[in-house]
Design a protein around this ligand. Sequence first.
Ligand SMILES: [Zn+2]
Length: 359
Amino acid sequence: MLLGRCNRCGAPLVLRAFGRWNPDGTITVKPYGHGLRVSFIEQGELTALLDGISSSIGYPIDKIVVEGERKANGGSVDEMLSKMRGLVRSIAHSAIGVPFAEKIITDVAIGLGHGRSEVLEHKRGKLLRVRISEPYSAALATGDLLGTYEAHFLMTAVASWQAEGDSLVITIEKDHDGMTWEEPARLALKKMPTFPGHVEFERCGRCDVPLEMTRTVSWNTNRGIIINNDSGLRQVMIIVETINAVIGELTWELGETIPDMVREAEQAYIASVMVGTELEGTAETYAQLLSDMTVFGQGNPVEVTKEGVLLTVRVDNPFCEPLIAGRIAGLYQAVEKVETNVIWSPGTNGYTVVQAWPV
Ligand SMILES: [Zn+2]
């Protein structure tokens, strides 16, 4: 149903059903009005980020990541179900509706590039066991499923997961009735657009998805993966709130150095992907390298200047400031071939200013 494609541009219909590309550098999810943002990100960035933090602090962070993802994803699903005045919720709870709900959840996951899932066992409202082939991240996928299941059945559950080759088997078991997260903390995580923008996309006349999107990435709906046509690297769509919730959860548990660890991991990842590049370090070069941020819903890089060695970039509606700072520093490091310092301003006013220069 959702996995068909636009017969003009080839984009999966799940994008048309859910995504709206805005002129302010954001992608918002239609059923929410302007209440939820998504972004595209390389899977390698997520892996580099989680592995980088784990190795910096010296132990696995999976449980904290699952918790952050669970809260944000469950919160989003709960909000959507509540807005539909209980109709979807009652369908989702009925015997006939469960396979229907499962189908929507697994199809959406495929459209988001989160891998292909198959329900192995389901005792309605008690237990769910799912196999995901080629998951985008074990911890994030577990948090997604746990949060979604809890929101559907208004319960608190526990999750366990196990890798089996390229697959991941996740088991969700009911613990008790009622969900356990607090709404104020969740709402504080919203990263919605503050500044209007003037980004113009050439759009498909039929489904409205920007043609740059369909030219840049390919969907393999059999496998549930998205590949960047230029780099060959896997990309995924994430809910902006969830990545910030995971960073927030890690910061809460492990301390204020986490955002800088995120920046550091991202910087190292981008510098390694870009190694050997022979571009000239002009403002135009950096503007060009950052131009895909808008179609990927990461924010709107409205100003790029270079004065001497100092690169300054202002990004309106940033999806995640430490990741953007890391990306800009990684690009600077690769292009200028120098160790790089970077600072960024918090995006509390709806924009961030990132500055990079040689160490
Ligand atoms: Zn189209």
